[in-house]
Design a binder for this molecule. Structure first.
Ligand code: CMC
Length: 391
């Protein structure tokens, strides 16, 4: 009707119809394809969940095997991508490297760009699911100075990621089942979250019919920010700062409430969850178990617990319905696994990959129009041009 209403941050604007993820922020419900997140985190494997997100149903044993075989057959990354990685300084943030390499994959896989049929989409999807874990592992190995490697065809998807990330030269890598189960769970919990910032970015970039890899690269950039996926790194840095400050949680609580201070309690609050984040509940329990099972005593777990209790009883946080989100405890688990802090958001990206793919595929199959929001212009009215001599 030509009337434009502004909804900054799209707080009350739906951008699409979707059959992938159901989220009830008041009740703290999250379901992928109708399956409760609690049940998936407990009983399913990450690749099974990825299949369900992308194709709509949980796979049979045969379907899962074929899917995994197809992914494994596409896991080789062009050797020139290695050279691009080598050109980055060691100080580069892993998220910058990951988004660049994901975009660069387009150049080496041109057939994955103009995909219209479901078969072409499938080929692009198994390619990125095969190559992305290699990019993730290589990004980490570059940081830690380890030689680049490949996985093993005999391992499961998550085991393979672990081998590629942690394997030391001339040493046989033995999978620790506690770490494997915890990583499976973390990846599942991050796998999709309807129209969040990075997913909306993937859908809107893809709506111009940019290729899948280019759209994913845009999503990775959106995820990087500390208000979104980058919060997991920011939480750990915040907890470390509190520890270095003698564990003075009250000081940081006061900073978070001070409207003249830009500091926010990282890992707290969510645009949609207003009573609790169901992913945080599962992760908090997992953090306790994993640290106990691994025999790791991390003093920042105590600080996190203390901070959470204070915030949950503080009128500022209660009134604004601010609760711990998925990122509050995840970093503590990643660190116990031996993953460097700068890699945490990369791990989020690895988990979110199937969700981004599913949302991109749905957008393309639904033949959604190009995403193109409007604005209300508040600039100057028409005025005469003055030549540069007269300005
Ligand atoms: N610490 C202190 N105050 C906060 C926080 C926080 N973490 N989060 C929100 N507030 C306050 C905010 O200042 C505002 O107060 P007032 O009404 O007095 O102006 C009120 O709560 C509402 O906040 P908002 O910024 O309007 O809420 P939003 O829905 O736009 O933002 C959020 C959601 C997640 C970006 C925000 O809560 C935040 O910045 N949290 C910290 C970063 C974080 O943990 N992000 C990870 C999100 S979960 C992982 C993911 O899926 O991305």
């Amino acid at each position: 009707n030509g009337v434009i209403t502004i909804d900054a941050g799209f707080k009350n604007t739906g951008s699409c119809e979707s059959a992938i993820t159901f989220l009830d922020g008041e009740k703290g419900i999250l379901r992928y394809r109708g399956f409760a997140i609690e049940e998936l985190a407990e009983k399913a494997g990450f690749l099974e969940v990825a299949y369900a997100l992308i194709f709509g149903e949980l796979p049979t044993k045969e379907q899962l095997e074929k899917f995994h075989t197809d992914i494994k057959s596409k896991s080789v990354v062009d050797d020139d991508v290695r050279k691009i990685l080598e050109a980055f300084p060691k100080s580069a943030h892993p998220m910058g490297i990951l988004s660049s390499l994901t975009s660069a994959l387009t150049a080496f896989n041109p057939s994955s760009v103009n995909v219209d049929s479901e078969e072409e989409m499938y080929n692009a999807i198994v390619k990125i699911l095969g190559k992305f874990p290699v990019l993730v592992a290589w990004t980490m190995r570059k940081k830690s100075g380890l030689p680049l490697n490949y996985g093993s065809r005999s391992l499961g998807y998550v085991e393979n990621v672990m081998k590629m990330m942690f394997e030391e030269p001339n040493e046989e890598y033995i999978i620790n089942p506690i770490i494997k189960d915890a990583l499976d769970k973390l990846l599942i919990l991050h796998a999709d979250h309807e129209q969040n910032c990075s997913t909306s970015t993937v859908r809107i970039a893809g709506s111009s019919h940019a290729g899948l890899f280019a759209s994913l690269s845009a999503g990775i950039s959106a995820l990087w920010g500390p208000l979104h996926g980058g919060a997991n790194q920011a939480v750990l840095e915040m907890l470390e700062a509190i520890k270095a400050d003698g564990g003075d949680t009250k000081k940081y609580m006061a900073k978070a409430k001070d409207k003249n201070d830009p500091f926010r309690l990282m890992g707290f609050g969510h645009r949609v969850y207003k009573n609790f984040d169901p992913r945080a509940t599962i992760i908090k329990k997992a953090a306790d178990e994993v640290l106990k099972d691994l025999g790791v005593e991390d003093p920042i777990l105590e600080i996190a617990r203390g901070l959470e209790q204070e915030a949950l009883n503080d009128p500022y946080f209660v009134e604004r319905k601010l609760y711990p989100n998925v990122d509050f405890y995840s970093g503590i688990i990643y660190r116990a696994m031996g993953i460097p802090v700068e890699m945490f958001t990369v791990m989020f990206a690895l988990g979110r990959l199937p969700g981004w793919i599913a949302q991109w595929k749905e957008m393309r199959l639904n033949k959604e129009p190009i995403g193109r929001p409007r604005q209300i212009y508040i600039g100057e009215n028409l005025r005469p041009f003055k030549s540069i001599e007269n300005r």
